[in-house]
Design a protein around this ligand. Structure first.
Ligand code: SIN
Length: 558
């Protein structure tokens, strides 16, 4: 076993992790940034549309951005977190410009702003048309080189190390395959989502739920895991991940067509609604894809050069061909439950970006709020760490009322739950499951796993695709629970990186199943076939882990 030690270790190198590491270094904190592949291998690097922020307002206001975010979030956002996001966001975009990021400008030299689904104004700043993430990643990595951050590439984080006073570091596999213990007062998870657990996803190969699974195993509170956002327009071609065709293209006027060539939905509604309408139309037509029509758009190649390349490489001419598209898993709205500074229920453990659930996304993230969230939460976490705090804010989300679901459902007060959002306070929390038993060891032996990771993943993704995608049912969730249990049992006893990624995805799926099972309604990105309507009684957040904290028995320790 090798050892290293830092004040803080950031895991993950997308916008949130890079922002946290840079700001920690600026505050003279001894910080390492660990990432399982190369620095630029992140979801940020392939993010397209842009960053939603009210810059040069022109009639738009932070209040309107707030209202749009709450509306897309379908009643489950944390009002305080969203207010922070929309008010601090524009300053963080300016910080990025100061670091050297180059965003697209309009003809008068101001930031060009695009429109995306669920936004009442054109407020999405972008770079290279729809190659915004690449520019964000480039500028942050470029700046990272000028500050004092120890970069540990090709290190795979296995698990958190806990002590009596909270998290004290993590265990990783280094590039030569040796185990390394990295001691740290703070671990900042910035590991992104878990899109790779689905057969159809736009998420990069790195999105295997590692940070989420580490947090679940350590007993950190994790919330809203039933809300997996499906992006309406993944290019329906034979690759994993699927190439995304940015929502910005619909913002420019592209149409969604069915097989009869008919439009069937307002293309600029929030993503969950558009994806749901697409699923319905695909079921009616018994088809696996619909079409995006960009043929009438002026200057598609000039405005979206990266998308032009993508579709050309797949053999389509956007001036002539309809582009086959289908909804694909895109973003995990839930994650490690945190306050707006990214502080979790475990002292010393922070989470920022997609792996976190700070309440800004609710049941369905508003388009282009994710890079924004990474910038805002990454900086806030670093600032609070620099103050020497190790615990979450006592007045924050962990101070929310804790409900027992069965009691609540028999004696609900929906108005009090829904009004917490409007009043800027926190949604009630309902404890549903303890996932700490999902340890990182397989249970039986290699027999079933003998076909290797690819065969095993195909089997796993058949389960997630069939039962855990946009529409879920009690029967399907029970089947998925059994099938994922069998898969866990079949993993070998000692896991290498590939196998650990699979184990992490299975644990993320099991947490999703537990939450989806309990949420007997349809809301945002979660659809239950037996309960097609939103039910005001479920205006609560379903939480895994940290039972003792959530039941109030150790709340003084926060
Ligand atoms: C897109 O460009 O459509 C994706 C942007 C996002 O996920 O917010």
């Amino acid at each position: 076993m090798k050892y290293k030690s830092f004040n803080a270790v950031v895991v993950g190198s997308g916008v949130a992790g890079l922002t946290a590491a840079i700001n920690l270094a600026k505050a003279n904190i001894n910080v390492a940034l660990l990432t399982k592949d190369a620095l630029s291998d992140s979801a940020t690097n392939i993010a397209q549309g842009g960053i939603a922020a009210v810059m040069n307002p022109n009639g738009d206001r932070a209040e309107t951005h707030l209202a749009d975010t709450l509306s897309a979030g379908a009643g489950l956002c944390d009002g305080e977190a969203v207010r922070i996001l929309v008010t601090e966001g524009p300053k963080r975009v300016m910080d990025l410009i100061d670091l050297g990021a180059r965003f697209d400008l309009d003809q008068s030299g101001h930031l060009a702003k695009g429109r995306e689904g669920g936004h009442s104004f054109a407020r999405v700043v972008h770079a290279g048309g729809a190659a915004t993430g690449r520019e964000v990643e480039r500028s942050l990595i470029n700046f990272l080189e000028s500050v004092n951050v120890e970069v540990l590439e090709n290190y795979f984080a296995l698990d958190l190390l806990s002590g009596a006073s909270g998290i004290k570091g993590l265990r990783a596999v280094d590039p030569s395959g040796d185990f390394t213990e990295i001691g740290a007062d703070f671990v900042i998870l910035a590991t992104g989502g878990a899109g790779q657990m689905f057969p159809l996803t736009t998420a990069p190969l790195q999105s295997t739920g590692d940070g989420l699974a580490m947090a679940l195993r350590a007993g950190a509170a994790c919330a809203d895991l039933e809300f997996v956002q499906f992006h309406p327009t993944a290019l329906a071609v034979d690759s994993q991940p699927k190439p995304l065709i940015s929502e910005a293209v619909r913002g420019e006027g592209a149409f969604l067509l069915d097989h009869r060539g008919k439009r069937f939905v307002d293309e600029l509604l929030p993503r969950d609604i558009v994806s749901r309408k697409m699923a319905e139309r695909m079921a009616e037509e018994s088809s696996a894809e619909l079409f995006l029509d960009v043929r009438h758009l002026e200057g598609f190649a000039r405005k979206f050069p990266n998308l032009y390349e993508i579709v050309k490489n797949e053999g389509f001419d956007p001036a002539v061909d309809l582009l086959p598209v289908a909804p694909a898993a895109h973003y995990l709205c839930g994650g490690v439950l945190t306050d707006p500074d990214g502080f979790s229920s475990l002292p010393g453990l922070c989470a920022v970006g997609e792996v976190a659930c700070n309440g800004v996304h609710g049941a369905n993230r508003l388009a282009s709020n994710s890079l924004l969230d990474g910038l805002v939460s990454g900086k806030r976490a670093a600032e609070r760490i620099a103050l020497g705090k190790r615990k979450a804010s006592p007045s924050g989300v962990f101070n929310a009322p804790v409900l027992h679901l069965e009691d609540w459902l028999t004696n609900p007060d929906p108005t009090s739950a829904e009004s917490t959002v409007a009043g800027g306070t926190h949604m009630p929390l309902v404890y549903i499951a303890d996932m700490t038993a999902g340890d990182l060891r397989g249970r039986a032996g290699k027999e079933f796993y003998a076909g290797g990771k690819d065969d095993f993943l195909t089997t796993f993704r058949r389960t997630t695709g069939r039962y855990l995608s946009m529409s879920r049912s009690r029967e399907g969730l029970e089947a998925a629970d059994g099938e994922t249990e069998d898969l866990l049992a079949a993993l070998p006893g000692e896991l290498n990186r590939n196998e650990a990624e699979v184990a992490n995805m299975i644990l993320a799926a099991k947490a999703l199943i537990a939450a989806a099972f309990q949420r007997r309604e349809s809301r945002g990105a979660h659809i239950r076939e037996e309960f097609p309507l939103q039910d005001g009684r479920y205006g609560v957040r379903l939480v895994h882990g940290a039972k003792d904290i959530l039941s109030g028995t150790v709340s003084d320790s926060l």
